[in-house]
Design a protein around this ligand. Structure first.
Ligand code: NAG
Ligand code: NAG
Ligand code: NAG
Length: 431
């Protein structure tokens, strides 16, 4: 590709839609930096700016392939490498996020094949017939010389395996890189609030895989979806291939429930207070979208208590018109999980228990520690909040309940697997 054409395409991509963020062209790796070997020319000095301004600068420079972004001091450093460049190492560094240009969409930034005549077929290098191959590890994937005299070579556009990742069930576990909706609209990044404001910030939902602008299903919708870069269309489903293999089996229990009870397959069909549950295949008295045929892995049989949406425990719609849903906390927890028996009142501001793990099982960071995260809330700032050891607490009365900073450098904080003592709404039904 001619450099001039590359610049034009980059500009067209940048300005083609006023609502598209320049960050859309980048993949983020949290708390990571790229290290060059000593002796390589140093990258440009850091400059002040927002992450988006940084992305804009990087996009309009053909030499730039990635950048470090320091959120705290709003500094960015443009880099001429990616993690796939020779002599480059990835390293954890909690000060930076690393943004790398998404490979296949960056015109002009990959090595040209000008020296390509050295790619001569041999029995071992796989250059047979006229098949698409990738002897120079072009990041756009396999390519070939073309029969059109004006086009020396061209990428064959073969999908990367990760793009071909398929989904099972309702795609809650889908972690592929489809970043367009089924109408072809580009997705909005989950870590941005424009053009659409939304509640699914990646830091708040660390277990939902809300990476970059990829299609995901954080809210138990029917299929993966995303907010779109079109201001007139808030969100839309994505087309993701369905796997041929069977879904990962859940840990099925019958007489008790484990974790959040997603594998509970027992026959309890009344609420704690004895109200019969509404059948899942009925829309009376409560209208809902949990149709058994749309949620094939969730076993929405009869009117049994189930957890199809990642709520804290099995629940059901009730047969009473004035009570839409109720948890089925009268189902016992399995005996190997006695630790999780604790509960909290209200938002858990006065929870003083000893749970010290997040809902994902990550160990909490001690409140008095400064690593891996520098806490804004500490025993010094909140002396009344009982911030002891690394126990889950709710010093700021967060509406999602007790939380903690975590020992995982990539997860600044998360909520703890402690249940409210009374019955709140299942997560998918809260407004
Ligand atoms: C199923 O439960 C057992 C017993 O608690 C546990 O050891 C195992 O890891 C669980 N398997 C899955 C897939 O969650
Ligand atoms: C609950 O299920 C049992 C069978 O498991 C059935 O006999 C009973 O009628 C059901 N009760 C309600 C309220 O649906
Ligand atoms: C916590 O927040 C809730 C809702 O905003 C409020 O009703 C409650 O009084 C607050 N609790 C404390 C202890 O501040």
């Amino acid at each position: 590709m001619q450099p001039v054409l590359g610049v034009l395409l980059a500009l067209a991509a940048a300005f083609g839609s006023g609502h598209r963020s320049p960050l859309n062209d980048f993949q983020r790796l949290r708390a990571t930096e790229l290290l060059a070997m000593p002796g390589d020319p140093p990258p440009p000095l850091p400059e002040q700016g927002t992450a988006e301004q940084c992305a804009q600068r990087c996009a309009s420079s053909l030499a730039c392939r990635a950048f470090h972004y320091d959120q705290q001091s709003q500094l960015c450093q443009l880099l001429p490498w990616t993690q796939h460049s020779p002599h480059i190492q990835l390293q954890k560094n909690i000060r930076y996020d690393l943004y790398q240009k998404k490979g296949q969409k960056v015109p002009g930034s990959s090595p040209t094949h000008s020296a390509a005549s050295r790619f001569l077929p041999s029995p071992r290098n796989g250059l047979e017939e006229n098949y698409c191959r990738n002897p120079d590890r072009d990041k756009r994937g396999p390519w070939c010389y073309t029969l059109d005299p004006s086009v020396r070579h061209q990428s064959c556009g073969i999908k990367k395996c990760e793009d071909a990742v398929c989904m099972t069930c309702n795609g809650e576990d889908y972690r592929g890189t489809v970043d367009h909706t089924e109408s072809g609209t580009e997705c909005q990044r989950w870590d941005l609030q424009h053009p659409h404001k939304h509640p699914y910030h990646p830091n708040k939902y660390p277990d939902k895989g809300l990476d970059d602008n990829y299609c995901r299903n954080p809210d138990s919708s029917e299929r993966p979806w995303c907010y779109t870069t079109d201001p007139g269309r808030e969100r839309e489903y994505c087309r993701i291939r369905i796997c041929k293999k069977r879904p990962r089996p859940v840990n099925v229990t019958n007489g008790c429930f484990r974790g959040k009870g997603e594998g509970y397959r027992g026959r309890v069909n009344v609420t704690v207070s004895g109200i019969p549950c509404q059948r899942w295949d009925s829309q009376v008295p409560h209208k809902h979208h949990f149709l058994p045929e749309k949620y094939p892995c969730k076993d929405l049989q009869e009117n049994y208590c189930r957890n199809p949406d990642g709520s804290e425990a099995p629940w059901c719609f009730t047969s009473r018109p004035t009570i839409r849903i109720a948890f089925c906390f009268h189902i016992r927890r399995c005996p190997d999980e006695q630790d999780a028996e604790e509960c909290y009142h209200g938002h858990g501001k006065y929870y003083h228990g000893h749970v010290s793990k997040t809902r994902k099982g990550i160990t909490c960071q001690p409140w008095a520690a400064q690593t891996p995260h520098v806490p804004q809330i500490s025993p010094a700032t909140h002396p009344e909040a009982h911030l002891e050891e690394n126990y889950c607490r709710n010093p700021d009365n967060d509406s999602h309940g007790p939380w903690c900073y975590t020992m995982d450098p990539r997860t600044p904080f998360d909520y703890c697997a402690i249940k409210p003592c009374c019955e709140p709404l299942p997560t998918s039904l809260q407004s």
